[in-house]
Design a protein around this ligand. Sequence first.
Ligand SMILES: [Zn+2]
Length: 251
Amino acid sequence: MSHHILTRYKDNGACRVLKGRVLLYIAMLDEPQSLWNREAADDLRQAAKICAEALESGAAEDGVDLRILYDLHDLKASFPVDRNCFGRLFSLQAAADGCRDEFELQALLQEKYGADQIVFVNALNKEGISCARPLDNNSLRGDYFGESLLLFFNSPRSCYSLGYTLLHETLHLFGAADFYLPAQVKEVAEDLLKYSVMLHSGDMKIDELTRYLIGWQPQPSPKARLMLERTKDVTRESVNRARTERYKSDK
Ligand SMILES: [Zn+2]
């Protein structure tokens, strides 16, 4: 099962099992194309709350102890931010908090919030496709425990749909895979787990396979197993191709 395309993020990177005290450290990026006002900030705060509640109640169903904390703050960037900026954003956030690098930053946040793991959310009030950047074990340095995502939205947007997107992307960092591409995965997921947040169902339910991937369930349930079985010959190339197509259509 270790080479299955849907399990490729499981137990990988810095954020692994979604449990304990997890901080959503949410930067409202103030850059040339992303402008903030009170309403947009309120929408984002509400979305964080919705996401936190969905995660905590989902974890409780599996008997997992999870507490989601969130902090919203401004972050000034002089450059337009896109999905090639993850590294620069870490440096920017560290400097803004008076730290030398992301290691010092995470130590500061751990101390301040008692956080076990950190999700660095970079929120942009502009057009774009939200995405997570799960780290892999090879790119980890030291005992780093934070990972990051980009959250694009155009204010006003419904808090529910924004919270939904934040939930989807956060789950990626802890091991979840997309179920809406490529076509073969989507077909099987629509058959077996059609309510899943990873399928862009519009529903905030965390399905059984995702619960296994993020460490809430020690073994895949029979339905999760079936999902894996019916998608076992999906290749990494077909996933990458489908993803490239999606980003192309964004332009
Ligand atoms: Zn996704």
